[in-house]
Ligand binder design. Structure first.
Ligand code: PEP
Length: 263
């Protein structure tokens, strides 16, 4: 069974002392779980101090973004090469980067390649806007984002990556994708990986759901075949809700293991 993966995307929130306090509170509440991996994605500014503070058996770090070139005259940017000793993961292609910062498909493809080249696991975010959904274009959008985002990776590298299915209309809105729609999208993603890269990467790759996740929806979404965890935005800024999400996942996993054992 794939490990459950829960990622907290803090976006552009929390200064250094606030971030440190949140990690402290989370560490008090969250135990080490062998079968659940918890990743925190703070701002670039706080990655370094948090890397010294965190218990690495409990938490791993992700960047929210990085630049695809390794070094040079790129004012204001930070490269994957500079981050490689600090982080395990990097969020790439988040809808806020696609839509607010106009990151296009080739930019996202180059970032995914740069992450892998630097031994950082890409968390490639894919998902349709409300209009695309209403126009029946969800699968086409997922197809284009996957085809381009994974274009330079080998089958083995794809298997080690993470895809976050995040319908844009569900991010930060409180509107959660109906489970049957999320199930359809996740199945489409895994089938795409299987058809293009083969069965093994399709079985290995972790696929997350993201979009207004709260502790209440965790067990229902973990029941969806092929969902391996969550990319959490707003709820990850509050230690009670984020640790509640981890706790709900732990309870679901325990129940699931019991049911499997009885079979
Ligand atoms: C996100 O930022 O990736 C996200 C899913 O945000 P939220 O949980 O707030 O919808």
């Amino acid at each position: 069974m794939r490990k459950i993966l829960i990622i907290g995307n803090w976006k552009m929130n929390l200064n250094t002392s606030e971030a440190s306090l949140l990690v402290h509170r989370l560490a008090e509440r969250i135990k080490i779980h062998r079968d659940i991996e918890i990743v925190l994605a703070p701002t670039m500014l706080t990655l370094q101090p948090l890397s010294l503070q965190i218990d690495r058996r409990k938490f791993r770090l992700a960047a929210q973004n990085a630049y695809h070139r390794d070094e040079g005259a790129f004012t204001g940017e930070v490269s994957f090469t500079m981050l490689r000793d600090l982080i395990h993961y990097c969020i790439i292609g988040h809808s806020e980067r696609r839509h607010i910062f106009n990151e296009d498909l080739p930019t996202i493809r180059d970032k995914v390649s740069a992450a892998v080249r630097n031994d950082i696991i890409p968390i490639l975010c894919v998902g349709e806007t409300k209009t695309e959904r209403q126009d029946g274009e969800t699968k086409q959008v997922l197809h284009d984002q996957l085809m381009s985002g994974l274009a330079n990776l080998t089958a083995k590298e794809v298997g080690q990556s993470v895809i976050a299915y995040e319908p844009v209309w569900a991010i930060g809105t409180g509107d959660i994708a109906p489970p049957d729609k999320a199930a359809e999208a996740v199945a489409y993603i895994r089938n795409y990986i299987r058809d293009v890269f083969g069965t093994r990467p399709a079985q290995k790759i972790r696929v997350l759901y993201g979009g207004s996740v709260t502790p209440d929806i965790v067990s229902g979404y973990l029941e969806i075949p092929g969902v391996d965890g969550f990319l959490v935005g707003g709820a990850s800024l509050n230690y009670e809700s984020f640790s509640g999400i981890v706790e709900s996942a732990r309870k679901w996993q325990r129940r699931h293991a019991e049911v499997e054992n009885e079979r």
